[in-house]
Design a protein around this ligand. Sequence first.
Ligand code: ASP
Length: 342
Amino acid sequence: MQKSILIIYTGGTIGMITTPDKNSLTPFNFEEIRKHVPEIEKYGHKFSAYTIHPAVDSSNIKPESWIKIAELIEKTYDEYDGFIVLHGTDTMSFSASALSFMLEGLGKPVIFTGSQLPVTSLRTDARENLIAAIEIAAAEKDGAPLIPEVCIYFEFKLLRGNRCTKYSAEDFNAFISPNYPALAESGVRLKYHLHRVQKLAKDKQFKVHTKLDNNIAILKIFPGISEHVLDAVLGTKGLKAIILETFGAGNAPTDSWFFEKINAANEAGVVFLNISQCSEGSVEMGRYETSEHLIKAGVASGFDSTPEAAITKLMFLLGQELPPSEIKLLLNKSMNGEITIS
Ligand code: ASP
């Protein structure tokens, strides 16, 4: 059945060309991509394309870019059956995570994809990624979309957007979803694992949130971290939340200065969220003595969150201007399948 699909182009390697004078890659335009993947027309779907200007290397993606994408999806939501976001791989998992929170009650597929090699390159991975992403964005069963979620399709795998991390700058297989299995895999056929896909809440209205607050910091703990480093972060003007990237199951040094400073900042209204430096597994505060003081200091658990999901969830929650106590309650809940709460 013919579907209508909006392809949103934000930039990234997929559409980059070599700038002759500099010999470096810069984003080009969507028409070039379309010219190089003429096969997509064979699906018989109705495609429209929209470029978020300016097309950028995704290292230049900002919350403002996410707002533009969210507003575009909101404006065109009734016109299209599915959305594809062509995006650079460097920050794709941040953007997919952010959009998963901003598009509340999403009932249609929003599939991010891109490539490690430009579409103009002979060995490009862009072709397979784009073609499969289109097939997924158009997939339906009994008239309902199969994947009403924000996802990343890359190198034969469909992953939940807010569970992904870019882990390879080298391999075509650039993304992992360490704590949640793939929603679909592409082989001879596209094999969907529908029991892993979020269920469409019938009563939930589609609502787009465009307020994000970036007054947050992420502090990676390391053996020997000094008091001055913590002071510098805590002294950041306007800071409302800090993600502590801790060891193992959420452990950190037990020095009294570390506890006292975090405790005082927490009492002053700063939200602390504990995520692990390990990509696999979950924070479990209280399992070791080295995390008990964090509970006492009011630090919330980030469970098995990726850093990308933790950062964008906090930006989203702070953007709602909720009091710290309510933000902590929501950090303890899975809003869109971003954490596993057992
Ligand atoms: N630097 C590029 C970007 O993220 C890398 C890529 O697209 O793979 O935009």
